[in-house]
Design a protein around this ligand. Structure first.
Ligand SMILES: [Zn+2]
Length: 184
């Protein structure tokens, strides 16, 4: 957990977003080699300056085709399941072995804020993904994970809190929340 009082990280300038070149991963197979990792990357969109390494492995024939930035900005989507907040984050069933709800309670958040958090994390997640403002994390046969840093106001007092959310990249500019609060 880091805390910032002067938050200037938010990207609001669309002209800055618009100049970034994007790519669409294209899985290319020669013969019988089907790499499960590359298959997961197929049709996924990344800013060229922040994409998985290519070639991904020996004899990888994948390509990174240019993708229209305008299309990316228009069509990219971010979603998080309500269940990631309730019951998971706020541990409303008491069955999870994390203490994330304690952290959020310390910032003044309870399960009654679950829907607000879902909407806000989706909003910031999409905005930052479209700005290329994400951190490439683990990549394997389950797909490319990215981390996105979000900032929310404290509800217990003035100020904000900043934390890391974890997402998985899917084809056609979709990102899906894996965890609303990543420990790393
Ligand atoms: Zn490949």
């Amino acid at each position: 957990m880091t805390q910032k009082t002067n938050y200037t990280n938010e990207v609001k300038d669309e002209s800055y977003i618009a100049i970034q070149p994007w790519v669409e991963w294209k899985h290319v197979t020669m013969g019988k080699t089907h790499c499960p990792t590359c298959l997961k990357l197929d049709k996924c969109w990344f800013v060229k300056a922040n994409m998985p390494k290519i070639p991904q492995h020996e004899r990888c024939h994948c390509k990174a085709d240019p993708k229209s930035t305008r299309t990316v900005l228009r069509e990219a989507t971010a979603n998080s399941a309500y269940s990631k907040y309730d019951p998971y984050l706020f541990n409303t069933t008491g069955t999870y072995h994390h203490t994330k709800e304690v952290l959020f309670r310390g910032w003044g958040y309870t399960v009654s804020d679950a829907l607000w958090l879902k909407n806000e994390i989706e909003r910031q997640g999409l905005e930052k993904y479209k700005a290329g403002n994400y951190i490439l994390n683990k990549l394997d046969h389950n797909g490319q994970r990215i981390n996105i840093i979000v900032t929310i106001p404290r509800k217990d007092r003035s100020g904000v809190v900043t934390f890391t959310t974890g997402w998985i990249v899917y084809p056609s500019g979709h990102i899906q929340l894996a965890t609303p609060y990543a420990d790393k």
